[in-house]
Design a binder for this molecule. Sequence first.
Ligand SMILES: [Fe+2]
Ligand SMILES: [Fe+2]
Length: 130
Amino acid sequence: MSLFTWKPEYSVRDVELDIHHQKLFAILNSVYENVMNSREVDHIIPKIDELSAYTCYHFSAEEQHMLEAGFPGLNEHIAKHREFTNSIEALRASYHDNDLEVSRDLIIVLGEWLLNHVIKEDRKYSEVPQ
Ligand SMILES: [Fe+2]
Ligand SMILES: [Fe+2]
């Protein structure tokens, strides 16, 4: 069962960033499936770390693309990225404390955040004349 799946209508009209978004959804789904199946902490923490590392990689690439395109509201966008990063840290802490219920809720928050962010915020970038 997938939490969220990337769809072509989520495209930001930037092939590289679309691939990043697909990968982010895939990692998040994998974390979600593992948590739902109550896999061992030792198994899930590396997945959360993978999500964290890939998120960091994606955000810096996206911010660079936006900077080059003269995207207005870049600072606000960077602040939003930070929110997501903080939630991943909270997820890692909750999972480490074996607080499964909090972990599940946080993953859903992350999934909803990512979906909304890509659709509403990242897509504003696709409207900047290139
Ligand atoms: Fe973004
Ligand atoms: Fe993004």
